[in-house]
Design a protein around this ligand. Structure first.
Ligand code: NAI
Ligand code: COI
Ligand code: MG
Length: 360
């Protein structure tokens, strides 16, 4: 029996609890197969925490996370809270938890499974070989800048500010260079340096530290061009590093290369091994409570947790192999099904993946 690892489980809102329940089944299967020991503690977060505790990020939830080795998160938000004040928005809790836990780096791998090329909006020959990683800065930029309203001569005006300091840029860019060194040694740094001052500092910083990574081929791509090139030549990208908002948007776009946002996992990391793992998607209020959600993004996020925080590479590989096997056999949830009438429910997909996990 290995050392007990503590995982904070925060299902959240909408489809969050549905997809997290499937990842927890995978967790239990990994315990059985590999002799791991996991202690899970559930905590309230997001809209449900607003309803029950009056705040999106209760102090006790933060403490559960801080005392854990890793966090598994579903998603937060939904129309019920859309008209809330800024402090009482589930999304404010999401930004808060990332900042409080020091999670400045968000890794979003987009891998195209061969058998899912049919589910993508792109032609199979364009997708061939697509395997990229978006490295998104997660605790700076416009999402965290000062925001306010004021009166102007043209009526009410809203202001969002975007700021980045060189330390914030350097730590994420160095991490991206290191990730590229462990992959195909190509790094695309995405900015809007023709217009934004924050992007000019970003590009200067990238160029200053690039000589420390002579084995990595670097290109600078303006974000609007990158949005286009992701659809035109996705396979040419290896690692993409970018600021918070650009990374948020580009990774949702990258999801469509894989067939669905329900396929995209993510890891949010800081300096140490601690990490928060969550699907890239949101709470999908349009399909919540109907058993339609694809649990694969959350299950693959658990695999990332195993590999990155716990060093359980064998189990992480086994989960990824099981997902590929189930997809190869033709099983699909509605978001990736060509024939929607044959689509599986969230729990049917979870059960098939659990059953397919095998020790190598
Ligand atoms: N990390 C988080 O907790 C995030 C939360 N949100 C919040 O989620 C709420 C909904 O946001 P949206 O813009 O609609 O984005 P969304 O990602 O929740 O949904 C976008 C579309 O993708 C579909 N989709 C998402 N996940 C899916 C899955 N696992 N399986 C099948 N289909 C899936 C949805 O049905 C919807 O049509 C908002 O309150 C937003 O603020 C949005 C993004 C991230
Ligand atoms: C609150 C938002 C920044 C959430 C989101 O869209 C994301 O992190 O992907
Ligand atoms: Mg997003």
């Amino acid at each position: 029996m290995s050392e007990t690892k503590k995982i904070a489980v925060i299902p959240g809102d909408g489809i969050g609890p549905e997809v997290v329940a499937e990842a927890e089944k995978v967790l239990r299967r990994a315990e059985e197969l590999y002799g791991y020991s996991f202690e899970t503690e559930h905590a309230l977060f997001g809209g449900i925490a607003i309803d029950e505790k009056g705040t999106p990020l209760p102090q006790e939830t933060l403490e559960v996370c801080k005392s854990a080795d890793a966090v598994l998160l579903g998603a937060v938000g939904g129309p019920k809270w859309d008209n809330n004040s800024k402090e009482l928005r589930p999304e404010t809790g999401l930004l808060g938890i990332r900042k409080e836990l020091g999670l400045f780096s968000n890794l979003r791998p987009a891998v195209v499974f061969d058998c899912l090329k049919e589910a993508s909006t792109l032609k199979p020959e364009v997708l061939e070989g697509t395997d990229l990683m978006v490295v998104r800065e997660l605790t700076g930029g416009i999402y965290f800048g000062e925001k306010f309203r004021r009166e102007s001569e043209h009526g009410e005006e809203a202001v969002d500010t975007c700021a980045y300091n060189v330390t914030e840029i350097e730590r994420i860019v160095r991490q991206a260079f290191e990730i590229a060194q462990g992959r195909r040694k190509k790094l695309a740094s995405v900015d809007k340096a023709n217009v934004l001052e924050t992007s000019r500092l970003w590009r200067e910083t990238v160029n200053r530290i690039a000589p420390d990574y002579p084995d990595v081929e670097l290109e600078h791509v303006l974000v609007d061009n990158c949005a286009m090139q992701l659809l035109r030549r996705p396979a040419s990208f290896d690692v993409i590093v970018t600021e918070n908002m650009f990374g948020d948007i580009l990774s949702d776009e990258a999801a469509m290369l894989t067939g669905s946002i329900g396929m995209l996992a993510s890891a949010s990391l800081g300096e140490g091994s601690f990490g928060l793992y969550e699907p890239v998607h949101g709470s999908a209020p349009d399909i919540a409570g109907q058993g339609l959600a694809n649990p694969i993004a959350t299950i693959l996020s658990l695999a990332l947790m195993f590999r990155t925080t716990f060093g359980y590479a064998e189990a992480a590989d086994a989960i990824e192999v099981a997902v590929a096997k189930v997809l190869d056999e033709g099983h699909r949830t509605a978001d990736i099904a060509v024939d929607k009438s044959k689509a599986l429910s969230t729990s049917q997909m979870g059960d098939l993946i659990v059953a397919a996990i095998q020790k190598a």
